[in-house]
Design a protein around this ligand. Structure first.
Ligand SMILES: [Zn+2]
Ligand SMILES: [Zn+2]
Ligand SMILES: [Zn+2]
Ligand SMILES: [Zn+2]
Ligand SMILES: [Zn+2]
Ligand SMILES: [Zn+2]
Ligand SMILES: [Zn+2]
Length: 1695
């Protein structure tokens, strides 16, 4: 077919082509051609440039552009893809595809590719590793729904593993993907199912299309096209193409674009968004020069600080073909969904080797050019790989091999590239390596383990002279690279995550080869970042330490996994041990050289060692080779390989002193840091020590060092071991010197103190070396025991939440801690209340396992636990000794460790300390030191007791500590035996605290002696330590002892408080280490907030007389100013007293959120519409001040703020410029004050009488009006009424009457202040005292506040009176009195005008214009007058649904009730009349009580009749008729209270809902932070450029913008992906709040980090709702910001 001329308008050209084109004919022409590829290419060459990329395209999203896109899409399908489908299928595509689908054998895998933010589920019980996930559909149809599952949101990419038998230990198939019986054998070739000719055609068309796509996506020329695709004619049409990079920020790109292509800010934002999403975007279209110009501007503008943005000027035909290449790939992906046979064909085509041999298949070419492609292209071909190769089990393997072969190159490309890993082909590793059989196959065939490790090592090039890694002086650039390299560790983890159960020789060989490579890596780490103690000067620059620890942390799991692999095979274990030992010898070569040998002797023993001092020489915390060896050593013991094949083990190759040397140095370093000897080395070292012990690192650091010491000690003479320890701690001289007793006379106090700490640390270390037996292999325990012991010790500190326990336990590679298996055996669960979280509490029977010197306790933990345990014992009436617990027996390889407890050197040390303790401490010894010695003695005694119990006769008990301690001490210590010392210390007055422990020890000694005597005579009899001989202590002493113990306890508590203070300080310094969850914060602030409200003194000062007596004329009211503490009486002419108050706009009662906010200038607030769409709410904390005191306070706040503004602008939780301040007493957010006014003396009857007179007068005036006279004249003239008696005109009801202002000037001033605040806030205008609307708003806020309180009390089912907190009580009474007095501050004329208009509405009058229809007025806002018109409104609102009179009565009654209640509240607060008793309780009987209180007839009919005349004019108003005829919306009464939206019970429903939510502004893009408005249920696209809106000249995020339409500036949101509630108020304030969703452990999961299933806690949701309805949100925000200054720094307006 001839190509149409393309001169004309391009779209019309294609239209004519649509008509003439036949896909079928084209396909058959292609088939007939000799060279199919040539023919297809010719077709593409003609049509592609003509269909795609025809001219400029602005920012996406415009209507025009969308239409253009659709047109392109259609043309592509009809002109380009349809012929290919015809060719492939040989028939009408729709029919052909249906046919194919019928025979399709769907992949057993689900393969659903996750969108960003979509929920994914994993099963903690059944998943092979944490990367195995299910999509929501599969999950709901799987067995795991009932298991302990984990829920997370996907970061995009990756697919559902449903159907992969290797991914799941159990239940690999969901209901939908369970293989059916009639499914074909998976081994069968699916291609054989297809007709032979289709197979042939499939091969050829697939290879042509795929090759075309690959050629074009990897094409790097800007002008030319591949052979055969050159366009017929080349116009001078180019695109200026901008590419994405990770270097430049959004702002930079937007700014540059505005300059370079002269576009609007909005277009630039759109360009930038697309570049970020798709990886490239054409920003200009035109001739070459035009585009090139833009390019050079962009390059020039962005090249200043960094490398320039990538820009290319590309010919339009090249762009068009690249576009079509993407469409073609998507097409391939779709076609193969119809048939597994076609999918297999595509796999074969893709992986077929090309002409160039190795790495020349099309898939290889794509992979190897991955880093050169733009984001959009990568995403599309990755998706195709997932749909094809990864869905076909056979080809997945072949692809995996290719992937592994190219691994090093792909990774190197990735390092050079700057894109995120998600869009790199390397991220496919997770799909390949996590399949255990695949990983093992790749390890054996492609030596994958070695490859990964070597690649990793090669990319870390910074080494010191010894070849170790060197991270100090490392730049941001290197840090970035380092970050990327870490993904390799992730790959290694995938490969190792499942331990093989069967080993082939080849696997052994390859694993050991990998281990060699790994040891090379560890050797580079061994001894890195060494430190030297700084003396004199403080270090100048904190050395970099984080990189090394990051590496250690990342490798922790790998090291553990390697040990697991080793433990699975004896040969491997032996060989690995050998290799590791070899590596260690290599590290040690040269170590002892140059260090002088010395000889030490103590207590009759001597040992050779060399001189080395941690405090002077280099020392490093990084000893991974030693620690791996320690791990393997334990495995030798655990698997009993050591005892079965001792001849194969090179145990003698390294001497034990060398084995312990480096770990010992590291532990001594920690001790010295604690002793304060390394202060000048700065925080870097403190952080390192912290991480060394931290749960994330300790398993392969601290724990292994202890094990290494245990291993070494068990192979050495215990005396020698201890002497070396003493020497490394630099304490040897203290215990060996001739006169150990005199040491406290040493001159330098600092040195004494340092040494004291060191001695404590050393004793602690000995306790750990002997006592830490809960590692399987060291002691005879199971992993279960180890976890249980950790939990017991955590819970000994205090009851803890599940997440706290999880955090305290190390996770394994599968992110499991083993907590669940253990927790219920030792603890009981306590459910949470409305705040706080569920807690686990240790059951009392486990207390006896408590070990004060538990090795994972930090100092703070230890002191907290000690205190808690002692308290517990006191509560139980027990003594306060905390003896060591019974220990599990050691494994044979470690058995000799116990001898440490009874060796001579330790006895000497114990003797020395006890000797020092005879005299009160003068700094020469410490109580902790003594405590540790006593603990060691206790351990020894327990050991002896256990051996005695387990032995059959006396002979095999080798442990005879009791015997040894009765021996007198040897020279030089001339004192008595250890036992004698203990006995003498027992009653030493300065050792009261330790008395219980010493008593326990002495009892034990007696016990053991008895046992020994018995065993020597008869057989073993167990005697528990509790049943010793009678105590000798007399009761008289007991009381005294208790008193002293109490004092000692108090002293210690003080010390502990200090310590915990120091700990807190440390926490503050290291914030990121201790991410304090917001919830804890919230709990603490809410607790303090509650305390703040409790003071009732303000109430107490309301000196009203007996509440029941309303007739007492004189009532005095005395209040105290919180600022000056002076008492003051509230009087009309006294000094003004004010209440701190907060006025805010509110939509809480709104029945119409769509109503636009009023125009501040023109809005007339006199009549409130009954939908209450916008009210003004006033609240107060109830704290009273003198007006003058407050003014002074507020001026001081302003002044402080002005001074502060220079430094930290706006860093407060309140906005002084808007008049905000914090209540000086309770820090409650306030923005104005309400004046306190005296009680109005008139009683209700009086008032009603006056009102009735007024009404009567008006009636008459109304009638007169028909005579044409204005009502004003009427009143003025006091005309006689035409009928009936002339009404009495009450005083003041005359226009010429000028009332006396009853208030002093200071009170008047405050009245104005408050009126102005309500005016300013209510209308959002600047203060203007002249505005006639001022008094109206003052009244309005009173009405609205009363209504909202009435509604709240109603819904909470609380009585009308007596249930309000004092602060609300105070606030309401001030407010109502104020509202009755606010007229005094306004010009009289204004008041009159309002008055007339109000009356006009009540007494409709056709002559007064603009009278609103009665249905358009909220009656309570007009409370001044009467009830009946309200009745009418109610009648109208219920009429349509009422069928009987009785029902009418009920409906009317229900409708009127809220009005009466509010009115009652009003009168109560106005007059301080006592409420009837019926209203002090909730429940029935209210109606009568209300009516009688308000002096209304309780029979509505009566009321109706008596006021009949008044009703009629209202009904005649045209608006009423109109509304009744359906002309308007009727607000129903009673107005139903607003509630927050309903939330689903299961949180994942919300996540799912949010994951399909797309940004409303950027054409179908997923929103990154979908956020739900809890008030109206709208989903918003928060925290994103795309949805920013301008509000008052400032760009704000979607949430803030929404608050202005939905909540008058205040909003409550749920950030779905973070599981966090967000409160926003105004533009600058906000805070996060715990969400109402809890997991089964009663905890929230803010940030969705833990992934436990979350369920709605309706109590908590109700709490949030209550907060909202009580207008407490702004206050919560204020308190949160005050408590946490970092919250102030968040740009809330951008959310
Ligand atoms: Zn699925
Ligand atoms: Zn499934
Ligand atoms: Zn499961
Ligand atoms: Zn005062
Ligand atoms: Zn206060
Ligand atoms: Zn958006
Ligand atoms: Zn909303």
């Amino acid at each position: 077919m001839a190509a149409a001329e393309s001169d004309g308008d391009p779209p019309s050209a294609s239209r004519s082509e649509f008509l003439n084109f036949s896909a079928k004919d084209t396909a058959s022409r292609w088939l007939a051609a000799a060279d199919l590829q040539q023919e297809v290419y010719r077709h593409l060459a003609v049509y592609v440039p003509r269909i795609l990329c025809l001219g400029p395209s602005g920012g996406s999203g415009s209507r025009e552009e969308q239409r253009e896109e659709q047109r392109e899409e259609l043309a592509c399908q009809l002109l380009l893809l349809a012929p290919m489908e015809w060719l492939l299928l040989g028939e009408e595509p729709a029919a052909g595809l249906a046919q194919l689908q019928e025979n399709n054998q769907p992949s057993p895998l689900c393969g659903h590719v996750f969108k960003v933010g979509e929920p994914t589920y994993s099963c903690r019980e059944c998943a092979a590793d944490p990367t195995c996930v299910l999509c929501m559909q599969c999950f709901l149809g799987s067995v795991h729904k009932e298991h302990r599952y984990r829920m997370t949101t996907s970061g995009g990419g990756g697919f559902c593993d449903c159907g992969d038998a290797e991914a799941w230990k159990k239940g690999p198939y969901c209901q939908k993907h369970t293989p059916t019986d009639n499914s074909r054998d998976t081994e069968e070739d699916p291609v054989a199912q297809l007709p032979a000719d289709m197979v042939a055609r499939g091969y050829s068309i697939f290879s042509i299309v795929l090759k075309y796509a690959v050629d074009l996506l990897t094409w790097d020329q800007e002008e030319q096209l591949p052979a055969g695709l050159e366009p017929l004619e080349r116009g001078d049409t180019y695109y200026c193409m901008l590419f994405n990079d990770e270097v430049h920020t959004y702002e930079q790109v937007i700014y540059t674009l505005q300059k370079a292509v002269n576009c609007s800010q909005k277009e630039a934002v759109s360009f930038a968004t697309t570049v970020d999403r798709d990886g490239r975007k054409s920003v200009r279209y035109g001739d070459f020069q035009f585009c090139d110009q833009a390019k050079s501007v962009i390059v020039r503008n962005t090249s200043r600080q960094s490398k320039p943005l990538r820009v290319q000027v590309m010919h339009s035909s090249v762009v068009a073909h690249q576009c079509f290449a993407l469409k073609a790939l998507s097409w391939l992906g779709q076609i193969i969904q119809y048939s597994d046979g076609l999918r297999r064909i595509l796999c074969q085509v893709g992986l077929q080797k090309g002409a160039e041999g190795e790495n020349s298949s099309l898939v290889d070419r794509l992979m190897l050019n991955d880093s050169k492609m733009w984001k959009g292209a990568r995403n599309i071909y990755h998706q195709l790989l997932m749909n094809s190769l990864l869905m076909d089990l056979k080809y997945k393997k072949i692809f995996a091999i290719q992937f592994a072969k190219n691994y090093r190159r792909l990774q190197t490309d990735f390092m050079e590239d700057d894109h995120e890993r998600v869009v790199s082909v390397t991220s496919l590793s997770v799909q390949l390596f996590t399949v255990p059989t695949m990983a093992r196959m790749l390890m054996v065939e492609e030596n994958l383990m070695t490859t990964i490790i070597r690649t990793f090592v090669d990319h870390l090039r910074h080494r010191d002279l010894q070849g170790r890694f060197q991270f100090d002086r490392y730049t941001a650039q290197q840090a970035f690279k380092f970050g990327r390299v870490q993904s390799l560790i992730g790959d290694l983890k995938y490969v190792l995550i499942s331990r093989p159960s069967e080993w082939s020789d080849q696997l052994r060989m390859k694993f050991l080869e990998g281990l060699d490579a790994f040891l090379e890596l560890l050797k580079c780490m061994q001894g890195m970042d060494p430190v030297v103690r700084q003396v004199g000067q403080h270090i100048e620059m904190e050395p970099e330490w984080e990189a090394a620890f990051t590496l250690q942390m990342k490798l922790t799991h790998i090291i553990s996994m390697i040990q697991e692999w080793c433990s699975a095979d004896e040969c491997v274990l032996i060989e690995a041990y050998r290799k590791c030992l070899g590596a260690l010898s290599h590290c040690y070569s040269g170590l002892p050289d140059g260090e002088q040998p010395i000889s030490l002797s103590l207590a009759g023993h001597s040992v050779e060692t060399f001189r080395y001092q941690v405090s002077q020489d280099k020392v490093s915390i990084h000893l991974p080779v030693c620690r791996l060896l320690a791990g393997l050593h334990v495995l030798l013991s655990r698997t009993e390989v050591a005892s079965r094949f001792p001849e194969q083990l090179p145990l003698g190759e390294l001497s034990p002193p060398l084995l312990i040397e480096l770990p010992l140095r590291c532990l001594v370093l920690c001790a010295q840091v604690h002793a304060g000897m390394w202060r000048r080395n700065g925080f870097s070292l403190i952080n390192q020590i912290y991480y060394y012990h931290n749960v994330k690192c300790r398993v392969e650091m601290f724990d292994k060092d202890i094990i290494m010491l245990q291993a070494g000690a068990s192979m050495m003479d215990p005396n020698h071991f201890l002497m070396i320890v003493l020497s490394r701690f630099e304490l040897f001289h203290i215990f060996s010197s001739a006169d150990v007793r005199k040491r406290y006379r040493e001159a330098n106090k600092d040195v004494v103190q340092q040494n004291n700490t060191l001695i404590e640390e050393m004793l602690h270390l000995i306790i750990m070396v002997v006592g830490e037996r809960y590692v399987a292999g060291v002691g005879q325990v199971e992993p279960f025991d180890e976890v249980r012991r950790e939990i017991i010790h955590q819970l000994s500190i205090r009851p803890m939440a599940h997440s706290e326990l999880v955090k305290a336990l190390p996770e394994n590679g599968n992110k499991e801690t083993g907590l669940e298996r253990v927790i219920d055996t030792v603890a009981s669960f306590k459910k949470p209340g409305v705040t706080g979280r569920g807690l686990y509490e240790l059951r009392p029977e486990w207390n006896k396992y408590f070990n004060l010197y538990f090795h994972h306790y930090s100092r703070a933990d230890q002191s907290k636990a000690e205190e808690a345990q002692r308290k517990l014992r006191r509560q139980n009436g027990e003594d306060t000794a905390l003896p060591p617990p019974l220990l599990p027996p050691l494994c044979p390889l470690f058995a000799s460790l116990v001898n440490l407890l009874q060796c001579d050197v330790l006895l000497a040390v114990e003797g020395a300390v006890l000797q020092w303790a005879v005299e009160p401490s003068g700094g020469g010894w410490t109580e902790s030191m003594l405590q540790r010695v006593l603990h060691l003695v206790g351990m020894a005694l327990l050991e002896e007791q256990q051996q005695l119990e387990n032995s059959s006769g006396d002979d095999d008990v080798t442990f005879n500590y009791t015997c040894k301690i009765t021996r007198p001490g040897e020279a030089p210590s001339t004192s008595g035996s250890v036992l004698a010392l203990l006995e003498s210390l027992q009653n030493a007055p300065h050792l009261e605290v330790h008395k219980d422990m010493i008593t326990w020890i002495l009892k034990m000694v007696t016990n053991i002696k008895t046992m020994r005597e018995r065993t020597s005579s008869t057989s073993t009899i167990t005697i528990s330590p509790g049943q010793g001989p009678e105590e000798t202590v007399r009761d008289k002493d007991k009381a005294e002892r208790k008193r002293k113990a109490e004092m000692a306890r108090l002293r210690r508590e003080k010390i502990m408080a200090q310590m915990s203070e120091m700990q807190k300080h440390f926490i503050n310094e290291n914030k990121e280490l201790f991410q304090q969850s917001l919830e804890e914060l919230e709990a603490s602030t809410s607790a303090t907030a509650e305390n703040r409200y409790t003071p009732v003194h303000t109430c107490a000062h309301w000196l009203t007389s007996a509440a029941a007596d309303t007739q007492v004329a004189e009532r005095r009211q005395l209040v105290t100013c919180i600022l000056c503490q002076e008492e003051q009486e509230v009087r009309g002419h006294g000094r003004a007293m004010v209440l701190a108050a907060f006025v805010q706009r509110s939509t809480v009662l709104s029945k119409n959120r769509r109503r636009n906010l009023p125009d501040p200038e023109r809005h007339d607030p006199l009549f409130m519409h009954p939908d209450l769409s916008l009210g003004i709410h006033t609240a107060s904390c109830g704290h009273i001040m003198h007006a003058t005191c407050w003014q002074r306070y507020f001026e001081a706040v302003q002044l402080k703020e002005q001074r502060r503004q220079q430094r930290l602008r706006g860093h407060t939780s309140y906005d002084v410029e808007n008049g905000e301040f914090l209540c000086p007493l309770c820090e409650c957010l306030s923005n104005t004050v309400i004046p306190l006014l005296p009680v109005n003396h008139s009683c209700l009857e009086e008032w009603l009488e006056t009102t009735n007179q007024q009404i009567a007068l008006l009636h008459s005036a109304n009638k007169k009006q028909s005579d044409g006279q204005s009502p004003v004249n009427h009143l003025e003239g006091r005309v006689r009424p035409t009928g009936g008696a002339e009404p009495v005109v009450p005083e003041g009801f005359r226009v010429d009457f000028t009332p006396q202002n009853p208030f002093s000037s200071s009170i008047s001033e405050m009245i104005t202040t408050f009126s102005m605040s309500t005016y300013k806030v209510g209308l959002k205008v600047n203060p203007n005292e002249q505005d006639h609307r001022v008094p109206v708003l003052s009244w309005s806020t009173c009405a609205y506040t009363i209504q909202s309180i009435e509604r709240f009390l109603m819904d909470e089912e609380k009585p009308l009176f007596g249930s309000l907190p004092c602060r609300q009580d105070d606030c309401l009474s001030s407010l109502t009195r104020f509202s009755s007095a606010c007229w005094t501050a306004a010009p009289l004329k204004t008041v009159h005008t309002h008055f007339f208009r109000l009356f006009a509405a009540l007494v409709p009058d056709s002559q007064v214009e603009n009278t609103p229809c009665i249905l358009d007025i909220d009656m309570f806002h007009l409370l001044h007058i009467n009830v009946i018109k309200y009745l009418l409104c109610v009648c109208v609102s219920v009429l349509p649904e009422v069928s009987s009179g009785w029902q009418l009565w009920r409906c009317v009654k229900a409708g009127v009730l809220p009005f009466l209640r509010a009115a009652t509240l009003f009168f109560h607060y106005l007059n301080s009349t006592a409420p009837p008793a019926d209203l002090l309780v909730a429940g029935p009987g209210q109606w009568e009580a209300l009516c009688s209180y308000l002096s209304l007839p309780s029979n509505l009919l009566q009321l109706h009749q008596s006021q009949h005349t008044q009703l009629e004019p209202w009904c005649r108003h045209p608006g009423v008729t109109q509304t009744l005829q359906g002309g308007g919306v009727i607000v129903r009464f009673p107005r139903e209270s607003n509630r927050l939206i309903e939330l689903p019970e299961d949180y994942s429903v919300l996540i799912n809902q949010a994951s399909s939510f797309t940004c409303p502004r950027s054409g179908g893009d997923k929103s990154r932070a979908p956020t739900l408005c809890l008030v109206c249920g709208s989903m918003l696209c928060s925290q994103s450029y795309c949805c920013q809106t301008e509000v008052d000249g400032e760009d704000v995020g979607a949430c803030t913008a929404h608050t202005f339409t939905c909540g008058a500036g205040l909003g409550l949101f749920l950030r779905v992906r973070e599981s966090q509630v967000l409160f926003v108020a105004g533009k600058t304030k906000g805070c996060f709040y715990p969400p109402p969703y809890l997991d089964d452990y009663g905890e929230t999961d803010q940030g969705l980090k833990r992934g436990n299933p979350l369920h709605l806690c309706s109590e908590r949701y109700r709490k949030i709702e209550r907060l909202w309805r009580q207008h407490g949100i702004a206050e919560v925000i204020g308190h949160a910001q005050e408590a946490n200054q970092t919250l102030v720094a968040i740009d809330w307006q951008h959310l």
